[in-house]
Design a protein around this ligand. Sequence first.
Ligand SMILES: [Zn+2]
Length: 236
Amino acid sequence: MRLAPHLHRLGNDIVATYLIDTPDGNTLIDAGFPGHYRDLQKEIAALGKQVSDIKGLILTHGDCDHIGFAERLRSRHGVPVYVHAADADQARTGDRPKPSTGPMRPGPATGFLAYALRKDGLRARHVQQIEEIGDGDVLPLPGEPEIIGVPGHSPGSVAIRVPVADAVLIGDALVTRHFLTGRSGPQLAPFSQDPAAAASSLSRLAELDASWVLPAHGPPWQGSPAEAVAAARVAR
Ligand SMILES: [Zn+2]
């Protein structure tokens, strides 16, 4: 789905990934579950492009609902997969300290699980080869994505600012709908490894300049990062 010039969204409010479209090719942000590959193929075809136009895939972090089709794109199409160095091992092996889940309501939690199963979530393959990135990097990819470290949800969580789309893609640094309770509005994500660090990283997000704040869970936020962060702080 096209959100704005150069900016497309795949998936839904349960799990979303984003595609940056430029005349120089495409950059993908996050890889959802394996079944989102079909959504990617459809979106690419609708743009009149090919999978070979995807020059790189950036993962906002190494969790299983973000690495979905990454290895498929990498191994079959040679698309490089970028992950922050602190999350690279998790993306390669799936090892992750067990975080606390926090509050949960049966309806939304079951909805998330059912969607994960429908999108082949149990069959996510780990990424065999990773390009490690760090805070402040500007990647040589379409849209010139800039990496901003926002540790907390995981040690290597990043936000990605894409000037050509006037957007910041935030993974799980914030969500705009809690996928285990159904509560809507900007708020910290469940399953965070270090919730205190995730809360401090909000200050970093709030400084960024953009008209779109795009989480992996929940609807797109059309407004500034500072407004989204202010709403999340009230929600805590
Ligand atoms: Zn997630």
